[in-house]
Design a protein. Structure first.
Length: 181
């Protein structure tokens, strides 16, 4: 019986080593490709909310409004809104108008909490039609608005009127501070 010694110079060992190297490189490329695909998928549905305020002063048409736009590439699920005026939480637009103008002004409102804005979509949660109230609101800019929203991949951001989204782990708020409508 002959003892067979294996050597790295043996052609079978060279072929096996080459196959192992090719397999490792293929596995690395596959893992990297999957990572890039996931990053691309997240980027293709990345929401970016921006908060705007506007005042129009035209003949016989004066109004003031707050708007929210999704300038991103994917839908934004707003989880909560937080509004404060003079460090006091506001739960309804009518409360804000009374605090700021001293009365309930004629206005149109829509929901800002728990909505989904598609890419390119805009919502106007407050549209004040009363000319005198619109002037007062336009002249004083102390309302703080904070929105927390998430993408379809549950990546979440917090944005305020500075319009610089900050990533957060999740959207949580004390229920006493939540803006209701």
């Amino acid at each position: 019986m002959m003892n067979k010694r294996y050597s790295f110079k043996n052609p079978e060992m060279i072929i096996a080593g080459s196959a192992l190297m090719v397999s490792l490189i293929t596995a690395f490329v596959s893992i990297y490709s999957a990572f890039i695909d996931r990053a691309y998928a997240r980027a293709s549905v990345w929401p970016r909310l921006e908060i705007q305020r506007s005042y129009v002063d035209e003949t016989d048409k004066e109004f003031f409004s707050y708007s929210i736009s999704n300038k991103g590439t994917g839908p934004a699920a707003v989880k909560y809104a937080k509004l404060t005026y003079d460090n006091q939480p506001i739960s309804r637009w009518s409360d804000y108008l009374i605090l700021h103008t001293g009365r309930t002004a004629s206005h149109i409102q829509s929901n800002v909490s728990a909505i989904v804005l598609s890419a390119g979509e805009k919502s106007t949660p407050l549209h004040v039609l009363d000319a005198d109230a619109a002037k007062v609101l336009a002249g004083n800019d102390t309302l703080q608005i904070e929105l927390c929203y998430c993408s379809i991949y549950n990546e979440c951001w917090l944005v305020d009127r500075a319009n610089e989204p900050k990533p957060v782990a999740q959207c949580q708020i004390d229920e006493k501070q939540r803006f209701l409508q």
